[in-house]
Design a binder for this molecule. Sequence first.
Ligand SMILES: C[S@@+](CC[C@H](N)C(=O)[O-])C[C@H]1O[C@@H](n2cnc3c(N)ncnc32)[C@H](O)[C@@H]1O
Length: 471
Amino acid sequence: MALPKPVKRLGKKAVDTRQVDFLSIETHSPAALLATEPQPAAAVSTWATRAATARKAARTGTFVDNLKLPIHRWFRYSAGFSAKWVESVLKDKKSLNVFDPFAGSGTTMLAADAMGVPSVGTESHPFVKRVANAKLSWNFEANTLHRAARELTDLAQAIPSAELRDPDSLIARIYTPQSLEQLERLRLAHRQLAASGTYNTHINELLWLAITAILRPCSFVGTAQWQYVLPSKTKTGNRPPLSALNAVIEQMFEDQRSVQLDGWVKQSAVVSHDARSPFGFLGNRLFDTVITSPPYPNNYDYADATRLEMTFWKDIEGWSDLQQTVRRHLMHSCSQHTAAERLNLAELLSDPIITPIYTELSAVCQRLAEIRLTKGGKKTYHTMIAAYFQDLGRIFINLRAITAPGATVCFVIGDSAPYGIHVPAERWLGELAIAAGFTDWRFEKLRDRNIKWDNRVHDVPLHEGNLWIQG
Ligand SMILES: C[S@@+](CC[C@H](N)C(=O)[O-])C[C@H]1O[C@@H](n2cnc3c(N)ncnc32)[C@H](O)[C@@H]1O
């Protein structure tokens, strides 16, 4: 078989500057974790203390530092934030518990395990939730994982060639034939092993994560982690799947030993849940801390970003499945989402939830509705922006119901400028939070964004930072 040809670029460059990676598995069921009494808010630290903490941890919004951290590094999730920063907030705040409605790959919950703080997160992207769950299984039984990994690779080698299927065209174009065959063997062996019931879910999911983690490093095209696939770019140093897999599994053992020495305590859970719906599964539990980062209103498509992995695992058959399988579970933050749902601007703007920001929001959305008619792509940024703030208005109401009086809520957030129209995200979110019953908000800018981009299409200076909201 000839080497697969590079194919045309399948997506556009991400506009989100957060550089993270990650994942997580539940050892305790959410119900068991949630069965404790409502917690009073710990003494709330002052704005000044929080500001000092934020300045010290100037990399709040980036995941780059996590790449050196045990467990966090098992999967690179570029939309995440710094675990060390989360730890510093939990320490500063003397948190008794922490909640993350946009759990992503589990950074907040892993940082909480490191600090001995019980935590719960929700994540509605099925692939990302699986990653987070697997990472939260860091307290696996080492001998069992060792045995299961050996069985997986033995099974993979024993699969008859006749059972190997033709791969999806995306997958076929980004691997050499040799890597393609090994990866397909691993996929089938994993399916067989999981179906056999020999190992528990945590072990099966850790093996799933280990295979998932090697998919990009084993490709010869531009597959920067957690970015869209860039088949027109090639890279060197792509690794053979089996040695890459062994290295990832070795890292799992090494990291477990390391965090056990550091005294991590597993008290975390990630629940598959859309944060736009009330967090009823928490019962009457109250949290004194929320540390989170929602999608930014910047058109980053979280569904497309996982297309490679979801295609490999046959969770989707192609790009068009992403809307049904992923996007509809996510809050609106990309135009593909609102275009597919054919949302109506007047209806969105008539929702009383957005009353506090109505005048400014409707002016921005009306302008976007006009500008789009002058653009080739006719992107639905007007409904994307309206739906984004409507969703977060709801989520603040849901969060208020599960946060203790005096609780601290931190949203890592950035603003945006679709078609060059500025969207002051942090201010509008602060106002929506007050309308939901929170008492105060303050924005701590951490960095400018996009300013070095040669290809940016607007000259609006953007930034990101911490939106601190007082319960
Ligand atoms: C910025 S990322 C969070 C990254 C996380 N802080 C980390 O370090 O891994 C935002 C996450 O929100 C998730 N998300 C989007 N809409 C959601 C919703 N309605 N409910 C729950 N999670 C959602 C996305 O799938 C994405 O993983």
